[in-house]
Ligand binder design. Structure first.
Ligand code: E4P
Length: 217
């Protein structure tokens, strides 16, 4: 399973990317707004840092303007994945970009029917939003399960990118259900390695080791 970072904060991206465990980055208009920076220079900087797919979202809602924005974003770097919303115009734009061999991430997916259409439109990634479904009392994981089942049965190559992650358990559950990617806010990536028993175990080992008076180097 691949792990993307869900942020436009370049310093967070740099500090996590040096681990070698990050496979890509996703941004959205809200994350760009939160960074307080220009979208073009931010995506450029992220693409210089990370070699995997970097999702940059169009903000136009009509087909023609989506194509123009998508082409501009795509010209920033080869690893840009154009993010389009799961709308009629977004699906049309997805089909055009995918036929041009441009990576597309179809975002704001909330149903299996939407995911089926995105796959047929040639999406590289489909982004089901787990957390936002759970927020309204629906079952985000059920959607991941439905999409992976449909894609497997019909041999679609579109990758299931679990988005709107709200906990480490969301990442684990998505992995168990066969999601290809999870895009994770930095705080949950850090929470993935933190464990109190690891901290306690390390502290005990070091305390016993100190008593030996030995050094390895
Ligand atoms: C994914 O591509 C989206 O940017 C993101 O996961 C949305 O998450 P949120 O629902 O926490 O805003």
């Amino acid at each position: 399973m691949q792990l993307f970072i869900d942020t436009a904060d370049i310093e967070e991206i740099k500090s996590l990317n040096i681990t070698g465990l990050i496979d890509g980055v996703t941004t959205n208009p809200s994350l760009i707004a939160k960074s307080g920076r220009n979208i073009i220079s931010t995506i450029e900087e992220i693409c210089n840092e990370v070699s995997g797919p970097v999702s940059a979202e169009v903000t136009a809602i009509d087909f023609d303007s989506m194509l123009l924005e998508g082409k501009k974003l795509s010209s920033i770097a080869q690893n840009v994945a154009i993010k389009v919303p799961l709308t009629y115009d977004g699906l049309r734009a997805c089909k055009v970009f995918s036929e041009d061999d441009i990576m597309v991430n179809v975002t704001l997916c909330f149903s299996a029917a939407q995911a089926l259409l995105a796959a047929k439109a040639g999406a590289t990634f489909i982004s089901p939003f787990i957390g936002r479904l759970n927020d309204i009392g629906a079952d985000g994981m059920n959607l991941i399960s439905d999409i992976t089942e449909i894609y497997d049965i019909h041999g679609f190559e579109t990758k299931v990118l679990a988005a709107s992650i709200r906990s480490v358990q969301d990442i684990v559950d998505s992995a168990k259900l066969g999601a290809d990617v999870a895009t994770v806010p930095p705080k949950f990536l850090k929470a993935m390695y933190d464990h109190p028993l690891t901290d306690k175990g390390l502290s005990d080992f070091l305390s016993d080791w100190k008593k030996t008076g030995q050094t390895i180097l």
